[in-house]
Write a protein that binds this ligand. Structure first.
Ligand SMILES: Cc1cc2nc3c(=O)[nH]c(=O)nc-3n(C[C@H](O)[C@H](O)[C@H](O)COP(=O)(O)O)c2cc1C
Length: 355
C-alpha cells in the first residue's frame, strides 16, 4: 500500500506510523536480543550488533525509539542545519524500483537545531531511569544552511547544541544537494574545518561531553580527492569516517523511469563503489580509523562483505524502502548464521579480512 504512494508521502506515512506506534500493530517487530558475538564496542560505546540506520530517514529525531524497536543497533538523526529550512521544491524523492535504488534532492529539509535539540532533550529525560540496555547510541548528522557563508560556524553550532544530547557527531560534507558543500572535502578547507571542530569539542563547547567526531564522505571522490580527505582526517585526528553518501554518478544499467532525475543516487547501484571506497579508506588509514560502511547494503552477505572490506559498523537506508523494517532482523540473523558456519566468534574478527 505504501508503495502506491508518491515517495515522499510514503516516507511521511512510515514516520507517522512509527511515531504513533501504529507500525508495531501492522508489522510487529521481533524482539530477540542479538547473540553476544555480534556486539561491537567503539569509542567506548556499546553496540548490540553492527547495523544502524543511516542519516536522512529520521531527520528531525521524531522516531528514534520506535526505530530501535525494529532492531537497529544505532540510529543517525539529521541532517540538521542551524536554522530550520524547507529544502528543495517537490517532487524531490524518487524510487527506482527496478534498480532497487532511490534518487533524492531533498536539500536538507529539517526543523533546525532548536527543535531537534528540544526533542533529544525530552527523550533523554524520558529515558533517564531506563536500564542501561535501553541506551543505544544515537548519532547526529550535521549540515550547513543553504545560505550560510560560514561552514565552520554552522557545524560548530551543531556540535555545541547537539554534542551533549547524542553519542556521536557526523560532519556531513558530502550531500550533493547543497551547492558548494562538497567543496569542503578539499584538503585545506577540510583540515581547517575538522581541526576547528575537534578543538571546539576538546575545549568543552558541548559541556562535559566529548562526542566522537566522524566525517561523512562522497563516493564520487577520485584518488587524489580521497587522499586529501584521508590526510585531513588524520591531520585533525578525528575519530572515524562514514563511507559513503549518495552518488551523482548514473550507471548505464539504471532502468527506473526516474533515472534522469537530478540528485543523489543510493541503494543497490551504489553498492560496488561504496564497497571499494571502504576498502580504499581502510588501506589508506592502515585500519586505524573506524569506518561506518553505508551504501547499497541490503543483505547479510553485503553486511559481511562491507565489514571484510574494513567497516567496523554498518548503516542502511534505501533497502528499507523495498524490504521494510523486517530487513534489520534478517541481516542480523544472516550475519550470525554465517559466523557460526565459519567458526567466527566475534563479529569484529571479520573487519578488514578482505581489505
Ligand atoms: C531521502 C534521503 C535523504 C538523505 N539525507 C541525508 C542527510 O541528511 N545526511 C546524510 O549524510 N546523508 C543522507 N542520505 C544518505 C544516506 O544516509 C546514505 O549515505 C545513502 O543513502 C547510502 O545508503 P543506502 O544505499 O543504504 O541508502 C540520505 C539518503 C536518502 C535516500
Amino acid at each position: 500500500m505504501v508503495f502506491r504512494l508518491e515517495a515522499e508521502r510514503a516516507h511521511a506515512l512510515s514516520l507517522w506510523a512509527l511515531r504513533t506506534r501504529m507500525a508495531m500493530l501492522v508489522m510487529p517487530p521481533r524482539r530477540v536480543p542479538p547473540p553476544p558475538g555480534l556486539a561491537r564496542r567503539l569509542w567506548g560505546l556499546d553496540f548490540a550488533h553492527p547495523l544502524g540506520l543511516a542519516a536522512g530517514y529520521d531527520k528531525n529525531a521524531v522516531a528514534i525509539d520506535p526505530l530501535f524497536d525494529y532492531g537497529f543497533a544505532f540510529v543517525e538523526i539529521g541532517g540538521v542545519t542551524p536554522r530550520p529550512q524547507p529544502g528543495n521544491d517537490r517532487p524531490r524523492l524518487f524510487r527506482l524500483a527496478p534498480d532497487r535504488a532511490v534518487i533524492n534532492r531533498m536539500g536538507f529539509n529539517n526543523d533546525g537545531l532548536d527543535m531537534v535539540a528540544a526533542r533529544l532533550a525530552a527523550r533523554r529525560r524520558r529515558l533517564a531511569g531506563a536500564p542501561v540496555g535501553r541506551r543505544r547510541p544515537v548519532f547526529a548528522n550535521l549540515g550547513k544552511n543553504k545560505t550560510s557563508e560560514d561552514a565552520l560556524a554552522d557545524y560548530t553550532a551543531g556540535l555545541a547544541r547537539l554534542g551533549s544530547l547524542v553519542d556521536v557527531v557526523v560532519v556531513n560534507v558530502s550531500s550533493p544537494n547543497t551547492p558548494g558543500l562538497r567543496d569542503l572535502q578539499g584538503r585545506a578547507l577540510l583540515t581547517g574545518l575538522l581541526s576547528g571542530l575537534m578543538a571546539a569539542r576538546d575545549g568543552g563547547i558541548a559541556g562535559e561531553a566529548r562526542p566522537p567526531i566522524l566525517v561523512k564522505i562522497a563516493p564520487d571522490l577520485d584518488d587524489a580527492g580521497l587522499a586529501d580527505v584521508v590526510d585531513a582526517a588524520r591531520d585533525a585526528a578525528i575519530d572515524g569516517m562514514v563511507v559513503a553518501n549518495t552518488t551523482l554518478a548514473r550507471p548505464d544499467s539504471l532502468q527506473g523511469r526516474n533515472r534522469a532525475e537530478a540528485g543523489g543516487l543510493s541503494g543497490r547501484p551504489l553498492k560496488a563503489r561504496a564497497l571499494a571506497l571502504t576498502r580504499e579508506v581502510y588501506r589508506a588509514t592502515g585500519g586505524a580509523m573506524p569506518i561506518v560502511g553505508v551504501g547499497g547494503i541490503e543483505s547479510a552477505r553485503d553486511a559481511w562483505d562491507r565489514m571484510a572490506a574494513g567497516a567496523g559498523l554498518l548503516q542502511l537506508y534505501s533497502a528499507l524502502v523495498y524490504e521494510g523494517p523486517g530487513l534489520v532482523a534478517r541481516i542480523v540473523d544472516g550475519l550470525n548464521g554465517r559466523m557460526i558456519a565459519e567458526g567466527v566468534r566475534d563479529v569484529g574478527e571479520i573487519v578488514g579480512t578482505a581489505a
